[in-house]
Design a protein around this ligand. Structure first.
Ligand SMILES: [Zn+2]
Length: 893
């Protein structure tokens, strides 16, 4: 699956939401008997291991009636082969839904009491189970809700229609139905859905029939291939379905592929190009992996209010509707992001679905591979799009900014219980893991990398494996033992910072030294990470020299650089093959400060901007120096993605890192420049839209706010059509800054945009109101209002914690930390990270930092995964405080 598109986080202002149904998703402890740990909450790794040893060949025949509003009524027949071990134990299934109503084991009825179902597991006593084939049939009920359930219900405000879809990853299959909820007990699934009349239904398997007589329709689906439980999915509702005939395999026959969308949004979707994009990816990957698409059909659904970017259910991929159907003209960055998400989910059909990690400790395997393969495919299919620049910008800065913190984890993350799997998601698996795969590919060479991956997929087809098996296959293809590499990159936490030192004498290099150190020495311990890098010596006349080096020690003097003509600048990670934060030497920095815009290569220029920014974040370069260079270069920067990164950093430098005095003196210049750039009709749409968005987000004084207000009267700004998303960004900014017209504008816009998205945006804008009563009410509502969709909560936290309101919101900092345990139990995967980023990111002061540290000090029993998440979020605040307190020497890094 993919995280929510980054662009959304950066551009899209704010959020709203609620917190709800804790109760329905928590095991009912009141019914609990005294249980052995194995039947405690969640799925322990011990339970999973025992089942793996005793259970195989699992099949689920699942029937669900979803015609009721708040609950599905279901029945599942679980068939499995059982091989008893010496210590014969109960067979344990996992289920934490609303109720278990009946149980039959091998044809015999069993009375359901607290000993059989404890709210988390269904235990079948050993005497009922026989060696060989067993069948267990369970009648049960599962929740349907806007949030906190495995069946999500969303209501379309435009036409009042309800839509249902499931989301089981990582640990909610057992909230939907009784099952062996662990990725390495794959099962064939036969689904039967009973819905309201006229509804359509989508499942992993092909639909074989619909019984459309009577008040309830029955949809039957073909048995699937072997699936891990978290990959089971269905959707039901009055969806609009568009089909096209496409080949799923290179040279294969054309078969129908369908796109499912809400009736009110379907007409705005790029149906043809989305279907073509999915099909093209399936064919390219089938060729690259040497294994054609391995499931029986492929459809995809654009899910409203989807909490992720996408989810890779085999044969029934779900994408985030809002990132796939645009309400205003998309920028090239948005289109590339949509393509990257599509390619990522399609790549999962092999890495994740066809082969699956044995346990969620290896989550990085599927996520890292999906993102890395998406970029490889983009580079091959769209050679002009500079996919590696997109890859760098979308992954490396995010990865480094988490991996350099005291809260970072190894890529492989131990996991004792499935109910903590959510904590394993984050930039380490999504952004670092693809980065180290790029490094591995460069290290062993593309041919060995591809051959190793192909061997691996053949060996573990429809099965499970761990990272060790993968490295073993790639290592054998490359003729090298990758165990030491794995120990450093997969098991060791943290990352290297590589410093360049350049010594010049008489116009020649006397020494080019690279030295590496851990960003977090106490966490990572001593010793070098093995890094293969491409060192660039660059000259103002456009000539250059590339030197591949392998760093196996903490200090390396690049031998072949010695005696070479003195370069204008050096960059030790040319091509972005290495995973390391590279800090340039002072000579290079001095040249880059003057000439960075003259670097022609887009990827290199993007990385050099990243290096200058890293110097700011390391308190080695004054924010005003970065701002000065950015203001000089922005008018002539033509690459849309580099513009996006640059404008984002300019905003951060101005509003967070720079001293107030510096901000007040430089902000007017920045605002004027951004406005001029937005109005410049000779520039492309994407950069202009970026400048316009930044102008809105940076508007502060009465003049700037009055200008925003006037824009709402127009159909366009500087010829750029003014559509709902930008209108809402303006209204939210007016609210956040208490502009005199803010309330009237909010009321008018709410009336003007009556769509579901309009309602969400109105909620987000309302959350931006800077008064203490609004904050108090909203904070309570997040936890009490069971009708609020989780995605609304996420977006409203960002406007609630607007950094301009830090005085008002600081008193919610500690309460936000106090809720983490509840959030971990009751919210979906990415919520907790977003929650912390918003709450901590809304603060800039040393006092706020002390509050966090005081809270951490008073929580000796805080689980490690939560402590790590807090430390990850704390890092940016600590840097902000440190940078603001620094006295920078002029022109010296
Ligand atoms: Zn993914």
């Amino acid at each position: 699956m993919t995280r929510y598109a980054l662009a959304r986080v950066v551009l899209a202002s704010i959020a709203c939401g609620s917190a709800l149904e804790a109760q329905s998703s928590r095991p009912r402890r009141s019914q609990a008997r005294t249980v052995a740990p194995v039947t405690g909450p969640g799925v322990s790794s011990a339970l999973a291991a025992h089942r793996r040893a005793t259970v195989r060949d699992v099949r689920y025949a699942l029937q669900l009636d979803v015609t009721r509003r708040d609950a599905a009524v279901g029945s599942v027949t679980v068939a499995f082969q059982y091989r008893p071990l010496a210590d014969r134990r109960d067979v344990v299934l996992d289920f934490r839904g609303l109720g278990v109503d009946s149980l039959r084991v091998n044809g015999n009825a069993v009375i359901v009491n607290g000993a059989v179902w404890n709210g988390a597991h269904v235990s079948i006593a050993a005497p009922f189970i026989r060696p060989g084939l067993n069948t267990v049939t369970i009648g049960f009920r599962a929740p349907i809700a806007a949030a906190g359930a495995s069946i999500i219900r969303t209501r379309d405000a435009t036409d009042g229609q309800d839509y249902l879809y499931t989301l089981l990853v990582p640990s909610d299959a057992n909230l939907l139905f009784p099952c062996f909820d662990q990725p390495d007990l794959k099962a064939r699934v036969t689904l039967q859905l009973i819905t309201q009349p006229s509804w359509r239904a989508l499942g992993n398997g092909a639909r074989v029939s619909v019984d459309s007589v009577g008040p309830r329709w029955t949809h039957r689906f073909a048995e699937t291939r072997a699936l891990s439980t978290y990959l089971i999915a269905f959707a039901a509702g009055p969806w609009t379905v568009a089909s096209r005939n496409v080949a799923l395999r290179e040279g294969g026959p054309e078969v129908p592929m369908s796109m499912w969308a809400r009736a009110s949004r379907a007409k705005d979707a790029d149906t043809d190009s989305l279907i073509a994009m999915n099909a093209r990816a399936l064919r390219w990957l089938g060729t690259w992996f040497g294994t054609p698409y391995a499931f029986d059909k492929y459809d995809f659904l654009l899910a409203p209010a989807f909490p992720f970017g996408g989810m890779e259910h085999p044969g029934a991929v779900f994408y985030n509707e809002e990132s796939f159907i645009y309400r205003e003209r998309p920028t090239a960055t948005q289109l590339l992001g949509r393509q990257a998400t599509t390619f990522h989910e399609v790549a999962h059909q092999w890495f994740g679905d066809y082969f699956t990690m044995r346990w969620f400790d290896d989550l990085w395997l599927k996520e890292g591979f999906a993102t890395y393969m998406a970029a490889k495919m983009q580079a091959s299919l769209e050679p002009r799009a500079n996919a590696w620049k997109t890859f760098y910008l979308r992954n490396k800065p995010v990865a480094y900014s988490t991996d350099a913190t005291a809260g970072t984890t190894p890529v492989w993350q131990a996991l004792g219980n499935l109910d903590q799997a959510k904590s394993n998601y984050g930039p380490i698996v999504y952004n670092k893991a693809p980065g180290i795969l790029r490094q591995l590919d460069y290290l062993v060479g593309e041919r060995a990398f591809q051959q190793g991956v192909q061997q691996f997929l053949q060996r573990y087809a429809y099965g499970n494996a761990t990272w060790r098996e993968l490295l073993s296959e790639i290592g054998s293809a490359a003729g090298t033992d990758l165990t030491p590499w794995g120990a450093q990159w997969i098991l060791r936490p943290g990352m290297p910072i590589v410093e360049q030192q350049l010594t010049i004498r008489d116009g020649r290099i006397t020494r080019l030294r690279l030295s590496q150190r851990p960003a977090q020495p106490r966490l990572s311990g001593p010793g070098a990470w093995p890094i293969k890098l491409q060192v660039l010596l660059a000259y103002a006349d456009g000539s250059f020299m590339r030197i591949p080096v392998e760093m196996r020690t903490t200090v390396l003097d690049v031998p072949s650089a010695r005696g070479m003509r003195a370069p204008d600048f050096v960059f030790a990670n040319d091509g972005d093959f290495g995973y390391a934060l590279v800090l340039p030497d002072s000579t290079s920095v001095a040249w880059l400060e003057q000439h960075i815009g003259s670097v022609k290569d887009d990827l290199l220029r993007a990385m050099l901007w990243g290096a200058l920014w890293d110097l700011v974040r390391e308190s080695r370069l004054a924010p005003e120096r970065f701002i000065t260079v950015a203001l000089r270069e922005i008018p002539r920067e033509t690459d849309e993605q580099v513009v996006g990164a640059l404008v984002g950093r300019l905003s951060t430098a101005l509003t967070r890192y720079a001293a107030t005095r510096v901000r007040d003196s430089l902000l007017p210049d920045a605002q004027a420049l951004l406005l001029r750039a937005a109005a410049d009709t000779t520039r492309a749409y994407g950069p202009r839209k970026t400048f316009l968005d930044a102008t809105i987000n940076l508007a502060r004084g009465p003049v700037a706010l009055a200008q925003l207000d006037r824009w709402l009267e127009a159909d366009s700004i500087f010829g750029l059509p003014l559509r709902a998303p930008t209108r809402w960004a303006i209204v939210t900014r007016l609210m956040s800054r208490s502009a005199p017209t803010a309330d009237a504008r909010l009321a008018a816009e709410t009336q003007r945009d009556s769509t579901t998205e309009g309602k969400r945006q109105a909620f987000v804008a309302g959350a931006a109101r800077p008064d203490s009563a609004t904050k108090r009410l909203l904070f309570a509502r997040w936890f009490q209002d069971a009708t609020l969709n989780e995605e609304w909560v996420t977006s409203s936290t960002r406007s609630f914690h607007d950094p301009d309101h830090s005085e008002l919101s600081r008193k919610y900092l500690v309460p936000s930390l106090d809720t983490l345990r509840w959030i971990q139990q009751n919210r979906r995967i990415f919520f907790l990270g977003s929650w912390l980023t918003a709450a901590v990111g809304g603060q800039q002061s040393a006092e706020a930092l002390r509050e966090i540290d005081g809270w951490l000090a008073n929580q000796p029993a805080l689980p490690l995964d939560l402590r790590q998440k807090v430390l990850q979020a704390r890092d940016e605040l600590e840097r902000t405080v440190r940078i603001r307190a620094s006295t920078f020497k002029p022109a010296r890094q």
